[in-house]
Design a protein around this ligand. Structure first.
Ligand SMILES: Cc1cc2nc3c(=O)[nH]c(=O)nc-3n(C[C@H](O)[C@H](O)[C@H](O)COP(=O)(O)OP(=O)(O)OC[C@H]3O[C@@H](n4cnc5c(N)ncnc54)[C@H](O)[C@@H]3O)c2cc1C
Length: 469
């Protein structure tokens, strides 16, 4: 991995939003009004006279689950990188979330464990936001739609209109606030933020452009999430986030990961996840039975009254679309968030990736690029972020699948995976390794920083020490 990719990734993570940027567009249109779309709209609000978000769901209700985001009842943790960036575009959002009962979780309030062994504190002060996904989205939406030049058109985007090799408008249809609306919104810049089922590729193919290659890694994940009452003071530790990863050694009944976060309305949002055919609990009784067999902290968390029954979610694969490989794309069009890459959700990278895509957009638009050619430079920048997240989640999944199926891999890959396994093991005993690993998991540093020889040496020494015990 070249130094420049690492430096680019870290400059995207660390950059401040610029001030006084020139207005580049008359109307920018964002298709999809979820996290990626809202953050794109925030970036574009400084660079367009008006920004129209086209979104079919009724988003007027506060903090409610909605059909366009079917995953929104599952645990959604905002990693430190995403929190940092959302906070930079929309200062004060974390504070507002806390005022509404969400928790800002520092290192002392996290219990991250492998089986029931706790990871050593990494000495850094990174903070997660533990919040229900509908509340987070509604706080972001309220801020973005309060901007004077941002509005929402309640309709479904159905296709694009072009002129001179560039996108010139968005076709839409829907029911608005009751009456049927249909038409074309003229726009001189368009963002696809329609999530993992985005139909942009199909539209491009039908319209004579290249379809970006779709890469998929089949790795079915089954989520079950329920809500429980949370006592005002939970434990001596005042734990607010619990993440436990179970190795095949642990008798977990098919649960590979359990997570609990202290969210608004004094509730625990608790998730159990199983791979493949392992579906951890459709009813509260099944859910509690699973938790009873897990480390005591999870049994305690789920001992309160249920405030929402179990909701399940299955995702069949991780997928990404390679826009950088598409030779012919219209100008003035970009794609962001899950529409470009959607990962195994257990790594918690989706919203943070979307936030980093927003910084790619700002960087691209402020680079003085020729807007009348395809947005290749944007897609290259974004690829740095996608590659980094993909290396962590799809890399981890591929290693697990190959180990389960006994698939042989090239020696270099085998060594890398062995190094990673040693690093993960060393997070239980070595604070430096723990910090390096967390910085990558939290999307603050590039994954290739883990292959530093000194760090690998420490991890190998820790593995030897553990083997001797
Ligand atoms: C089970 C699960 C758990 C997850 N947990 C986490 C987590 O802990 N942390 C984390 O950061 N991420 C998590 N994610 C990922 C996260 O949900 C997404 O990355 C995040 O929502 C950003 O997605 P998005 O805005 O790109 O798309 P989405 O949130 O999927 O939204 C797509 C939007 O497009 C709209 N739309 C669809 N079609 C059209 C159309 N034709 N025209 C106009 N609009 C349209 C939809 O109504 C919706 O508003 C999880 C995902 C899953 C599945």
């Amino acid at each position: 991995m070249s130094e420049s990719v690492v430096a680019l990734f870290e400059s995207l993570v660390g950059a401040e939003p610029p001030h006084d940027v020139p207005v580049l567009f008359d109307t920018a249109c964002v298709m999809g009004g979820s996290i990626a779309g809202l953050l794109a709209a925030r970036v574009l609000s400084d660079r367009a006279r008006r920004v129209v978000i086209v979104e079919p769901d009724d988003t007027s209700a506060e903090a409610e689950s909605r059909s366009g985001v079917p995953q929104d009842q599952q645990v959604h943790t905002l990693l430190p990188a995403g929190r940092l960036w959302i906070e930079r575009w929309l200062p004060g959002v974390s504070r507002e979330a806390q005022d509404r009962g969400a928790s800002l979780v520092g290192p002392d309030q996290q219990f991250v464990g492998h089986d029931d062994i706790r990871q050593v504190p990494d000495g850094a002060d990174h903070q997660f936001l533990a919040v229900g996904r509908p509340l987070l989205e509604s706080l972001v939406r309220d801020r973005v739609t309060a901007l004077p030049n941002v509005s929402v058109l309640r309709a479904r985007a159905t296709g694009l209109r072009y002129g001179d090799g560039a996108v010139a408008g968005v076709r839409f249809a829907g029911h608005g606030t009751g009456e049927r609306v249909e038409g074309v919104l003229a726009a001189d810049f368009v963002v696809d933020a329609m999530g993992r089922s985005s139909r942009l590729s199909n539209w491009l193919g039908l319209d004579g452009y290249d379809q970006p290659r779709l890469e998929r890694l089949e790795s079915p994940v089954n989520y079950a999430t329920a809500l429980f009452e949370r006592p005002a003071k939970f434990s001596e530790l005042e734990v607010a986030t619990v993440l436990q990863l179970f190795t095949p050694r642990y008798p977990s009944g098919g649960v590979s990961v359990a997570a609990a976060t202290a969210i608004e309305e004094q509730q625990w949002l608790v998730m159990l996840m199983g791979y493949g055919d392992n579906r951890p609990g459709r009813t509260t009784d099944e859910f509690r039975a699973h938790c009873a067999a897990l480390p005591a902290i999870l049994r305690d968390i789920t001992s309160g009254d249920v405030t929402r029954e179990v909701v399940t979610y299955r995702q069949a694969d991780s997928r990404r679309r390679h826009f950088t490989e598409a030779g012919q794309l219209p100008a003035r069009l970009v794609s962001m968030g899950d529409a470009v890459a959607s990962f195994n959700p257990v790594y918690g990278q989706g919203m943070s990736s979307a936030a980093l895509h927003a910084s790619c957009l700002a960087s691209y638009l402020d680079s003085g690029t020729d807007l009348d050619t395809a947005a290749t430079e944007f897609f290259r920048l974004q690829q740095v972020v996608v590659d980094a997240a993909w290396a962590v989640s799809a890399g981890g999944d591929a290693a697990r699948i190959d180990a389960e199926t006994g698939t042989e891999v090239p020696e270099e890959v085998r060594q890398q995976r062995q190094g990673m396994a040693q690093i993960v093991g060393a997070t239980l005993v070595d604070a430096d390794v723990s910090r390096a690993f967390n910085d990558v998991s939290y999307m603050l540093r590039h994954p290739s920083t883990l292959f530093d020889p000194e760090l690998l040496g420490k991890a190998a020494a820790a593995a030897e020490g553990a083997a001797e015990k």
